[in-house]
Design a binder for this molecule. Structure first.
Ligand code: SAM
Ligand code: SF4
Length: 359
């Protein structure tokens, strides 16, 4: 098998710093492509800082699921997360995304991000948020080091927003979007596609994003939290969504990479924005360039959102004889077990709620 940068990777053999350590890049700096398995080069980590949320989206925390927040003692402290992040950067991770649950419900998240941004080699810090608490925090978050805001917006209709999220805070979300744009950071809107819910609004959502000159991405429902989250009755594919939008705007394939994710981007003719599509269920190349690992709020390292596998860092972090070398071993084990593809298309039975994993 040949890796992305042309190194020969025998089978799924894992390549570590030790055995590529002698290689140097074109600037004659030591190569830091350490977490490397086949075609997966892990440079990106999503950090869930909380499993709690101030909303309750139907596809994330379905109403038939009893929500029991993790006890506080189970959640990693910021110091523990920073230690894990430091180990990650020593292994070649350069980009972080802070998420949840809703990351802005955790106190002092801006201060935490300030510390995260000081770690060596960090080039990017994204924040995923529902936007409802963002208005008063955006400039502080930006000053702390957030370079990218991803804000969830599934509908422009206040009644549907209330139905989908369990709260009526659409105006707060709009204010959060405005505040994020004012910071000058990159802003993207994320919209989960739901048949018979927001399929009639896709063009309006594109026009809303165009009015703000921000990218919008449409995301296929994934079977997380419970199997009932995704059914034949509510699933709307990205292909179908594209056809709906193309009835009004021609979408021209854009060969751009606007982030670290698997979105495929188009230019909407006549509009000043890109429109992205994230199709975990129907895009068979979805996993090809996956470069991420996830850290759950309770300290599990997950190589893939759509696989049950996870590796527990908490006992290692909290052991009396805890060492960074041992944490590094858990990272290596996690990446060694990174699957080639997610399992969402194989009658996947979710094991953990999305909020407990971190989106
Ligand atoms: N609370 C924040 C928010 O809503 O943006 C961050 C966490 S949320 C779990 C991250 C992303 O996951 C959001 O864009 C949300 O829409 C998405 N998400 C949650 N459940 C999903 C599902 N079943 N299918 C697809 N996307 C989902
Ligand atoms: Fe909360 Fe985000 Fe999940 Fe909605 S998608 S319930 S806002 S964590």
């Amino acid at each position: 098998m040949r890796g992305r940068f042309g190194f020969r990777v025998p089978g799924s053999e894992f390549t570590t710093a030790a055995n590529i350590g002698g290689l140097r890049n074109t600037c004659n700096q030591p190569l830091r492509l350490v977490l490397y398995l086949g075609v997966h080069i892990v440079t990106y980590m999503r950090i869930s800082v909380t499993d709690r949320c101030n909303e309750r989206c139907a596809y994330c925390m379905p109403h038939d699921v009893t929500v029991e927040w993790l006890p506080r003692g189970e959640i990693l402290t910021y110091e523990e997360i920073l230690r894990v992040a430091r180990v990650a950067t020593s292994l070649g991770v350069t980009k972080f995304r802070v998420t949840g649950g809703e990351p802005l419900v955790r106190r002092n998240v801006a201060e935490f991000i300030g510390e995260l941004s000081k770690l060596p080699g960090v080039t990017d810090i994204g924040l995923s948020t529902n936007g409802t608490l963002l208005a008063s925090l955006a400039s502080r978050l930006r000053a702390a080091g957030v370079t990218k805001f991803n804000i969830s917006l599934d509908t422009l209709d206040a009644d549907l927003y209330r139905e989908l999220t369990g709260t009526g805070r659409l105006a707060d979300c709009f204010a959060g979007i405005e505040a994020a744009i004012e910071t000058g950071a990159q802003v993207k809107l994320n919209c989960v596609l739901m048949k018979d819910k927001n399929d009639g609004e896709l063009v309006s959502l594109v026009e809303f994003a165009a009015g703000k000159r921000v990218t919008i991405r449409f995301i296929e429902l994934m079977p997380v939290s419970t199997s009932e989250v995704l059914t034949d009755d509510n699933f709307l594919s990205i292909g179908h969504a594209r056809r709906i939008i193309e009835q009004r705007y021609e979408l021209v394939s854009a060969d751009v990479k606007l982030g670290n994710g698997p979105a495929v981007y188009y230019r909407a003719e006549g509009l000043p924005i890109h429109v992205g599509f994230i199709g975990a269920m129907t895009n068979l190349h979805f996993c090809d360039t996956c470069n991420k690992v996830r850290l759950t709020a309770d300290g599990k390292l997950r190589p893939c959102l759509g696989a049950h596998m996870e590796f527990d860092l908490k006992p290692v972090l909290r052991a009396p004889d805890s060492t960074d070398a041992r944490l590094r071993d858990v990272f290596v084990q996690t990446i060694r077990n990174k699957p080639e593809q997610h399992e969402f298309r194989n009658n996947y039975i979710p094991g953990r709620k999305m909020v407990a994993i971190g989106g």
